[in-house]
Write a protein that binds this ligand. Sequence first.
Ligand code: CFM
Length: 546
Amino acid sequence: MSKIEIGSIDPEKVREKLIKAYPPKVARKRAQQIVINQIGEDETVPEILANTRTTPGILTQRGCSYAGCKGVVLGPTRDILNITHGPIGCGFYSWLTRRNQTKPVDETDQNFMTYCFSTDMQEEEIIFGGEKKLKQAIREAYAIFKPKAIGIFATCPVGLIGDDIHAVAREMKAELGINIFGFSCEGYKGVSQSAGHHIANNQLFKHVIGNKTIVDNHPFKINILGEYNIGGDAFVIEDILEKCGIKLMSTFSGNSTYEGFETAHNADLNCVMCHRSINYVADMIEKKYGVPWIKVNFIGAKSTAKSLRKIAEYFDNAELMERVEEVIAEEMAAVKKVQDDVKSRTNGKTSMLFVGGSRAHHYQDLFTEIGMKTVAAGYEFAHRDDYEGRKVLPDVKVDADSRNIEELTVEAHPLEYNPRRSTEQLTVLESKGFTLHDYKGMMPEMEEKALIIDDISQHETERLLEIYKPDIFCAGIKEKYIIQKSGVPCLQLHSYDYGGPFAGFKGAIMFYKTVDRMTSTKVWSYIKAPWQKNGKPLIEAVYVKS
Ligand code: CFM
């Protein structure tokens, strides 16, 4: 494949080309969802249209609300018994074994992630109602597994026929004496899996977080919010924190437990990784219990170091700061060695990232560390604040699809609200440039003229591949084979294929090596058969009719 000179490509022309194929009304909408990055004063970036319905007929990367709620947020928790109320396919396809990594402490620690629980609704329940079957399923699951808690997840037909999963949950809770709660996360709610995140956040907050108050005098107690242990990432982060002497109370929700959620409000700081999926919980815990949150990122060696320093700075403890510096120095030595070696081959290569609601941003740091340039990126379902930063929140239009999702009103807990930092302490921190509850978004950190595309379509993906011929394209399983057929390697950032972990320092090394292998192999140049290359057939034949 001949190399394309990226600098010679005019992103404005690319944008026109992408939009040209659509009928006028669709084109007008897509035009607002495809922008060329420009960074103005005070890190202001162009406005992008996001979190809006995908036009029917366009092949989107998006999933559904149920996927965001059950699959993403609750999926990685090992000891809540999650029952999908619906046809079996919903339960099966959200039972993603690759993602469900967890480490039970010992043999008595419950782990239900190897099971897929579903009411397996049939035509009879669709017609006459499925509440009876749901109750039976809960009783049966309880009798066999004796879980501490059961979650019920509604799929599309449940909402359509009007089964009241919350009434069932209340009744079964009273009958069995364990915590049982439902999620009205029917796939059609909202415009993407983002709605499912919000629903999951709300129900966890209403039914689980804060249920158990404990006394723990560890001086540095934190939660990580928005880390889902893909490919073992959470394990790497847990190790780093332990080395630094920081106590991880709970993670939402990689390698997590029910008790971790119940006690999360006892931590003194919430560290938000994936802002999109969990910012609601972070805000609500702060309002009710006074635990502030900061944005962190453990993807990329530099970002990991920066995040650790930020945590240490928040606790304002010299010993912790020193320990953090030691850990960083120790880990960075190995990182640097691989970085330098890999960079000799990857420097100047290009990447594109089209995934989810936070990774398209976070993983750019890893590419930058090995000298690669991100020429285009976008989220599947993120909102404007994930692109442009939280400062745009007051201007974000709330449409009917978002209004559909309950917005909880949270007040300070009469007894347990305890602001972890005084106003004076916060002022001192802020004067040092420390930012609390803020996320600057992806666009201010990207280069000028990079293409930013929200909810990219299959058509647009194919055009980008043709025009830019990037050295690597990060996406998911639905896009992977189209990308590879065009002669470009595809790294799955949702599941990491069979690779990873990619978080922290050790994960960064793994990522550099993976990308090095993928972009250095010659296999992609063989994607075209010899007879396709020079434009004319090797053998010609004439059909002779006898
Ligand atoms: Fe957050 Fe995620 Fe992501 Fe996400 Fe996801 Fe995911 Fe993702 Mo797939 S919570 S937004 S809904 S980081 S499942 S673990 S990889 S699309 S970028």
